[in-house]
Design a protein around this ligand. Structure first.
Ligand code: DQQ
Length: 574
């Protein structure tokens, strides 16, 4: 409640004193309200995606809910807009939407992390008298080797856990035997097995294979390596930021990382090849055996990924307050280093996503956490209507550069669907070959986002339906090829299939639009694609939003709801 009262107060003053009502604490909050002039000079800063006021960020680290407070740590350079001086930035929230930024929790100052406090996780251990969180993180030591370290809160009675102390036993693991000194990093959240011992995985590469190295510990501090890794793949190289957690067969609730029981599967996620690949399998905690039941890890556009766009080094946690699993990913920039220097910042966190197992039990579903809805303001709706081939319809009256849009399409027949000759086509390639300017029969239809008045700039997020030898395929594309008239920014086209039946299921799309990021969720969250864009014309109130259908066949727009979004309050605590 205290945090809620703080952030509900209007944000126009420079320094705001918020009485948090516990003990004698008063928090002075330095407020950097977004004036329209700052948005004019910084059109790519976001309104509701997490980013500090300036400087570099990358991977989300150690998210957790502890004593009524959400904590998000992240790779952070306190001194500039490019990667370096890697520290653990630290922010706290009561709702995953509005954040107070604290001083970095970890800085690279000790021989075992002087080259950087790299990624890691938090685990809430029982503690001598009460539960206490510990950070497990990778340090780059004086010799440039990657070693594993521990830190814990200095004062458990501090509701914000502002200060963290590095353990005197650091480093607790160093790269030995077959582990290379630059391929050993990113410890996961630990989980407890039936024998009472903790387990965790560390990302690595053994004999050239991407590997989740497995470790055991009685107390969470002293760890020994298991003979066998939890999993590895001969088809990939180094794995970064592994994440391992249970998912339930029933409903959308999440499970604590240590949960054991029936009717669950386990997810293993590994970061490589600039993407977040995951597999689903069965985990036997007695034998520490993980058997994959989906396609196994490889480098392929058809292998399941959390997100088929810009989204990397993600980290999930179990939110015991709302019984859900929540994940964030780092969304990096698509402009240049000199642009980062000019902007004074680089990198965003995705909007936090709830994550659960789909009904088929073969895939994950992701959806922005519900709290996002508190930022929704003006709503515009378009009721059921036909969208004829070759047309677009403006969605008027919202702040189209800072919006949340949900749209749903229905196809009544699939006569005349475009054919593809394989059921294993590469979706990324298909989206590139058939970008928004290539008309089809059912599709492209979807949203034209961050579109300029003359339509030269537009980010097209759309669907196309194909008929393969054995089934229909719904392709989802995020086409950035016309997203900016600036020549030098990245304009990749991303694509993936959505595992739905286009004859019976509605084809749904939700896009979180926030100035320079478009996070899109297709098929109710089965397929996610995040893009970064740098329009020159379609900025702030010059941006427009359209529904379009450039196929030859009509599609039914079942519903469209779009909301202008308020700015989240992301402010340093001073
Ligand atoms: N980023 C961190 C590493 C991790 C990589 C360094 C992934 O710990 O492997 O900033 O983006």
């Amino acid at each position: 409640m205290w945090l809620e009262r703080c952030v509900k107060i209007p944000f126009f003053c420079l320094v705001l004193i918020c009485n948090i009502g516990i003990g004698v604490h008063n928090i002075a909050i330095g407020v950097h309200a977004a004036s329209s002039s700052s948005q004019d000079s910084q059109p790519y800063r976001t309104g509701y995606h997490f980013q500090p006021p300036k400087n570099w960020i990358n991977d989300p680290n150690g998210p957790m809910y502890f004593n009524g407070v959400y904590h998000l740590f992240y790779q952070y350079n306190p001194f500039g807009p490019l990667w370096g001086n890697i520290s653990w930035g630290h922010s706290i929230s009561h709702d995953l939407v509005n954040w107070f930024i604290l001083q970095p929790a970890l800085s690279p100052k000790d021989p075992y992390d002087i080259g950087g406090c790299f990624s890691g996780s938090t685990t809430i251990l029982p503690g001598p008298t009460r539960p206490r969180p510990v950070i497990l993180y990778t340090g780059q030591d004086v010799n440039g080797s990657q070693v594993q370290n521990i830190a814990f809160p200095k004062n458990l009675s501090d509701p914000f856990l502002k200060d963290w102390v590095k353990w005197s036993g650091n480093p607790f693991l160093t790269p030995v035997n077959d582990i290379k000194n630059d391929k050993f990093r990113d410890p996961s959240t630990a989980w407890k097995g039936p024998d009472g011992k903790w387990r965790m995985v560390i990302g690595g590469e053994i004999n050239g294979h991407g590997t989740a190295l497995l470790y055991h510990s009685k107390d969470g501090f002293n760890w020994t390596r298991s003979e066998k890794p939890l999993h590895y793949s001969s088809e990939t190289s180094m794995w970064e930021c592994p994440d391992f957690y249970p998912v339930s067969y029933v409903g959308i609730n999440g499970l604590d990382t240590s949960f054991q029981g029936n009717n669950i599967s386990h997810v293993l996620k590994a970061s490589y090849n600039n993407h977040e690949y995951y597999v689903i399998g069965t985990y036997d905690p007695n034998m520490d055996q993980f058997v994959v039941i989906t396609n196994d890890f490889k480098v392929s556009n058809t292998q399941f990924q959390y997100d088929y766009g810009r989204f990397y080094a993600s980290k999930s946690f179990y939110d015991s307050a709302k019984q859900r699993r929540v994940a964030w990913g780092w969304v990096n920039e698509g402009d240049s280093e000199s642009d980062a220097v000019n902007k004074g910042w680089s990198g965003l966190q995705s909007f936090p996503r709830s994550i659960w197992l789909s009904d088929t039990r073969k895939q994950l579903v992701q959806w922005p956490v519900k709290e996002i809805e508190k930022l929704r303001t003006k709503q515009v709706s378009i009721p059921n209507r036909e969208v004829k081939g070759g047309t677009h319809v403006e969605v008027p009256g919202i702040t189209a550069s800072q919006a949340d849009v949900e749209v749903s399409f229905k196809l009544t027949n699939l006569n005349g669907t475009e054919l593809i000759d394989s059921d294993e086509s590469d979706p990324q390639l298909l989206c590139t070959q058939k970008n928004v300017s290539v008309g089809g029969s059912f599709g492209p239809f979807g949203l034209l986002i961050l579109t300029s008045t003359n339509m030269t700039e537009q980010t097209a997020v759309f669907f196309r339906v194909f008929k393969g030898p054995n089934k229909f395929h719904v392709l989802m594309c995020s086409d950035q090829s016309r997203s900016s008239i600036a020549p030098q920014v990245d304009k990749s086209i991303y694509g993936a299939f959505v595992d739905i039946d286009p004859l019976h299921d509605k084809i749904t799309l939700r896009s979180l639009i926030d100035h320079s990021i478009v996070e899109s969720f297709g098929g109710e969250g089965l397929t996610c694609i995040t893009a970064r864009v740098y329009p020159k014309l379609a900025i702030n109130d010059q941006a427009k939003l359209y529904v379009f259908n450039y196929g030859t066949k009509s599609v039914t727009l079942s519903s469209l709801n779009a909301w202008s979004m308020n700015k989240a309050q992301i402010v340093p605590m001073v």
